[in-house]
Design a binder for this molecule. Structure first.
Ligand code: ADP
Ligand code: MG
Length: 205
């Protein structure tokens, strides 16, 4: 098995474990400020990817990302489907191999972040998944010294910081000021993914 194949399989496994074990928590968060389907949406998307794990991990990185993104777009009904799907497609674009250093990883996440921003017509501060992905990307780009523990802390802090924000995008925006005081479900998903994937990477070294 090639290094990338091994890594793709490992990332799929750790993402799936994180989503499946937090499915009910994600749904509860979305019941508070949305329509209560975020856990189901994420579980459906990651299950479709797990089913194709062998095929995905045999592909070059760019093609694996494209296929995984398309699987998410096809299986996830909510707003998060096209957002995570276009993020994955952008992450793979022009990258036949996985990043091998921190600047490359940061550039890759930046492309994913830009795709979410343009697909969602959104930016930092609207109480969305962007509010975790943007600071996590910045930490990876600039932290000195870098540590996985620091990365997870940056992600946890950014998630917590979504609480006092009044939502301006997605279903939560319909609640206006009543969205204040709750964590954003999509931001929680990004934090779960950062935690699980970074732990897998750290334990692998
Ligand atoms: P839906 O809102 O259609 O039910 P989900 O519940 O699966 O879809 O996902 C909701 C999450 O999607 C939100 O918590 C938020 O993080 C994210 N989201 C929604 N709209 C946008 C947007 N325009 N830009 C970025 N993220 C968004
Ligand atoms: Mg929802």
């Amino acid at each position: 098995m090639s290094h990338d194949a091994d890594m793709i399989a490992m990332i799929i496994d750790s993402a799936a474990a994180a989503i499946e074990s937090n499915k009910d928590h994600l749904t509860k968060l979305d019941q508070l400020i949305g329509d209560g389907d975020h856990g189901i949406n994420m579980s459906r998307g990651i299950s479709a990817i797990v089913q194709k794990k062998d095929e995905l991990s045999s592909l070059p990185f760019d093609e694996a990302c494209k296929m995984a993104g398309m699987l998410i777009v096809m299986t996830v009904g909510g707003a998060s489907g096209p957002l995570f799907g276009s993020c994955l497609m952008a992450i793979g674009k022009g990258r036949a191999r996985m990043p091998t250093n921190r600047p490359e990883l940061a550039a890759m996440l930046c492309d994913g972040l830009d795709a979410i921003k343009s697909r969602g017509k959104s930016d930092i501060g609207a109480k969305t998944m962007i509010d975790v992905l943007a600071p996590v990307t910045a930490y990876i780009a600039t932290a000195d010294p870098f540590s996985f523990e620091g990365l997870r802390q940056a992600s946890a802090d950014a998630l917590e910081a979504t609480k006092p924000i009044e939502a301006r995008k997605g279903r939560a925006a319909f609640l206006g000021a009543r969205s204040i005081g709750h964590l954003d479900p999509g931001a929680q998903t990004v934090t779960l993914l950062v935690n699980s994937i970074s732990e897998a990477l750290e334990n692998r070294q």
